[in-house]
Design a binder for this molecule. Structure first.
Ligand code: NAD
Length: 295
C-alpha cells in the first residue's frame, strides 16, 4: 500500500490530506500548530512528532506550506529522512528560485521531486478538484500522479523543475490585472448610466470576455454566483492575491522581464491590503477604485 507523508495541514493541506485518506491511502501528517493536528487526527490522518517522522519510510511526501523559506527549511528536515526513490511533491505557492533549490536538494539525495502549486482554493481542495501545475521529471510526475489525481481534477505538466511555480505566478499576475480591468469597466459603466447587467451581457460574449467577468464577476446580481453576491467574502482573499503578485514581481526582476501592468496591479493590491482589506475577496477591489484614482 502506498504510504504518504503530509507536512502543512492548514486551510488547503488538511482537506487535501483528508481526501487521500478517504480514497484509501495511509497518510501520516505533521504541522507546527497543535489545533491543526487535532483536526487532522479527526480526519483519520496519523500524527507524526516531526516533519522528518512524517516523511520517513513513505513513498510520497507532500508539503503545503506558507512560503519558500519555510519550504526549504522543511526540505532540510525531510530530505535526509526519505529513502531513495521517494517522490516529494511541494504544492505550496513559492518563488521559482526556492522551488529550484528544493529540487536540487532532493535530487542530490537520490529523491524524485515535483513542484505542484494548485489553483482552485479551499473549495477545490475540499472537493478534490484542484488544478495542479507541475514542474519536474516525467518519472517524478508518474510516481506522484495517482495521489495527485485524488486531490485534483486536472494535472498540467509545465516542464522541468520550477515550471509549475512559473505557470502559477504568470496565471495569477494575469488574473490580478484582469480583475482590476473588469472592475474599472463596471465602475465606468455605472458612471455612464449603463446598467451592469447590460455590460455583463455584452462583455461576456464579446472580445472583453475573461474569467474575471464571465465566471467571477465583481458586481452582485450579475452572471454566475460569485463573492460579489456574498459581500465579497472570499473566495480568494486579497492578501493571497498580493502574495502571488509579489512573487510575480520578484520573478520578473530576476528574469529581467518587463511587467508594467503586473507592477501596477501589485501596487494597487498592496494599497488595498494596507487599508485593512487583506481578508476581503480580491474582487472587492472594485470598492477601492476611488481611493486608487491617483495611483
Ligand atoms: P495555511 O496558513 O492555512 O497553512 C499552512 C500550514 O503550514 C499551517 O497550518 C502552518 O501551521 C503550517 N506550517 C508552517 N510552518 C510549518 C513547518 N515548519 N512545519 C510544518 N507545518 C508548518 O495556508 P493555506 O491557505 O493552506 O496555503 C498553503 C499554501 O497554498 C500557500 O503557499 C498558499 O499560497 C497556497 N495556496 C492557497 C490557496 C488558498 O485559497 N488558501 C489557494 C492556492 C494556493
Amino acid at each position: 500500500m502506498t504510504e504518504i507523508g503530509f507536512v502543512g495541514l492548514g486551510n488547503m493541506g488538511l482537506p487535501m490530506a483528508a481526501n487521500l485518506v478517504k480514497s484509501g491511502y495511509k497518510v501520516t501528517g505533521f504541522d507546527t500548530v497543535p489545533a491543526a493536528l487535532d483536526k487532522a487526527k479527526a480526519a483519520g490522518i496519523a500524527i507524526a512528532a516531526t516533519s522528518a517522522e512524517a516523511a520517513s519510510g513513505r513513498d510520497i511526501v507532500i508539503t503545503m506550506l506558507p512560503n519558500g523559506k519555510i519550504v526549504l527549511s522543511v526540505f532540510e528536515e525531510i530530505v535526509p529522512a526519505c529513502a531513495p526513490g521517494t517522490v516529494i511533491v511541494d504544492s505550496s505557492t513559492i518563488d521559482v528560485a526556492s522551488a529550484r533549490a528544493a529540487h536540487d536538494m532532493a535530487g542530490k539525495a537520490g529523491l524524485l521531486s515535483v513542484d505542484a502549486p494548485v489553483s482552485g482554493g479551499v473549495g477545490g481542495a475540499e472537493a478534490g478538484t484542484l488544478t495542479f501545475m507541475i514542474g519536474g521529471s516525467e518519472a517524478a510526475l508518474e510516481k506522484a500522479r495517482p495521489a495527485l489525481e485524488v486531490m485534483g481534477g486536472r494535472l498540467v505538466h509545465c516542464g522541468e523543475g520550477g515550471a509549475g511555480q512559473a505557470a502559477k505566478m504568470c496565471n495569477n499576475m494575469l488574473l490580478g490585472i484582469s480583475m482590476i480591468g473588469a472592475c474599472e469597466a463596471f465602475a465606468l459603466a455605472d458612471k455612464l448610466g449603463l446598467s451592469q447587467k447590460a455590460l455583463f451581457d455584452v462583455v461576456s460574449t464579446s472580445s472583453g470576455s475573461c474569467w474575471s467577468v464571465n465566471t467571477y464577476c465583481p458586481v452582485p446580481d450579475v452572471g454566475p454566483k460569485s463573492p460579489a453576491d456574498n459581500d465579497y467574502r472570499p473566495g480568494f482573499a486579497a492578501a493571497l492575491m498580493l502574495k502571488d503578485l509579489n512573487l510575480s514581481q520578484q520573478a520578473a526582476a530576476e528574469a529581467g522581464a518587463a511587467t508594467p501592468m503586473g507592477r501596477h496591479a501589485t501596487e494597487i493590491y498592496n494599497a488595498f491590503v494596507e487599508a485593512g482589506e487583506g481578508g476581503t475577496d480580491f474582487s472587492g477591489i472594485i470598492r477601492f477604485l476611488d481611493k486608487a484614482r491617483d495611483m
